[in-house]
Write a protein that binds this ligand. Structure first.
Ligand code: DP6
Length: 313
């Protein structure tokens, strides 16, 4: 039996859409950081006769996990079944990347249980088959998942840019109605903006890599903002439209705009859900968080550093 703790992967430059749905290859290259304050803990053990996955004491539908376990057995060349029990310290299926930490912890735990020498690149490939963002969460710190590639890679370790902080606003903790998997297929199949998203995303990905290398938030921030807004342009123009935002999401976006106008470097991003994550630097993170807590007293806020990769606990 192995218990693994993994952190969710927050994309600064987004993956949205698949180039190969069966293989779960990403159609856009993404650049992400792990969130240290948030984690999923997963206990993996061998089982008799069938796989089962429990999340917070609830058994999960077999259909979501069956292709994942089949691929896992094929890749690791093993003929075993697994019992999985998982718990996260943050709301799930709400746009906080719980599938990234969930599948990263599961792939890491199962692979280590079968063979302690399994390389991270192979674990990342297995995790990708569960959820493409999970391929990134297998590595630490700053990570990349290039489009059309089987596994992610580490760009920089968690301490490369120690001043970087993320303020997370929990706008609504309930699970979303449409999973990101279904939503990105809908965007791909129905949005007139999808082709320009693919093209534009390539360009900002390259620029964002450089900005990260330079540890320059004023260079990185506008690219982070552009990536999520371009991604949402494909959602808003899907048929039917995908409307993950809540009024407070827009309120927070505008609050960031006002703070930037006053000279603060704070750059928001969003995923398939209403939560808003704001990137800033440690010297002003506490002050910015206090300001946001005062302006949005009914919301919960968390502050996170960049996190490490999965660990056995
Ligand atoms: C908006 O990795 O959850 O968070 O591969 O279908 O499981 P599947 O999708 P998933 O999508 C994540 C989308 C995103 C952006 C990102 O994390 O890059």
């Amino acid at each position: 039996m192995i218990t693994v703790r993994a952190h969710p992967s927050l994309a600064l430059i987004k993956y949205w859409g698949k180039s190969d749905t069966d293989k779960n290859y990403a159609a856009t290259s993404s650049l992400a950081i792990n969130l240290k304050e948030l984690y999923t803990e997963t206990r993996v053990s061998f089982a008799e006769g069938e796989d089962s996955v429990w999340v917070d004491e609830m058994i999960m539908p077999k259909t979501r996990y069956a292709p994942f376990f089949e691929s896992l057995r094929r890749i690791l060349d093993v003929n075993a079944y697994f019992l999985v029990k998982s718990y996260s310290n943050f709301p799930k299926s709400a746009g906080l990347a719980s599938s990234s930490s969930g599948f990263a912890a599961l792939a890491y735990g199962a692979a280590k249980l079968v063979n302690n020498e399994t390389p991270l690149s192979l674990i990342s490939e297995i995790a990708r088959l569960g959820s493409a963002s999970a391929a990134r969460a297998v590595f630490e710190g700053f990570t990349l998942l290039k489009k059309n590639t089987p596994h992610a890679e580490e760009l920089f370790d968690a301490l490369y840019w120690p001043e970087l902080r993320v303020i997370i606003a929990i706008v609504k903790a309930e699970p979303k109605d449409t999973s990101s998997r279904l939503a990105m297929e809908l965007s791909k199949n129905t949005s007139p903006c999808y082709a320009s998203w693919l093209e534009g995303s390539d360009k900002i990905f390259g620029e964002a890599l450089l900005a990260c290398k330079n540890r320059d938030l004023d260079e990185l921030g506008p690219l982070v903002r552009k990536s999520y807004l371009m991604m949402f342009s494909t959602m808003f123009t899907s048929s039917p439209p995908l409307l993950y935002w809540e009024p407070e999401s827009l309120g927070l976006i505008k609050a960031c705009e006002k703070l930037r106008a006053k000279g603060h470097s704070i750059w928001e991003t969003m995923d398939a859900g209403p939560q808003v994550k704001m990137i800033c630097l440690s010297h002003e993170s506490e002050e910015l968080m206090r300001h946001l807590e005062e302006e949005f007293p009914h919301l919960d806020f968390l502050l996170s550093e960049v996190g490490g990769g999965p660990v056995i606990i």
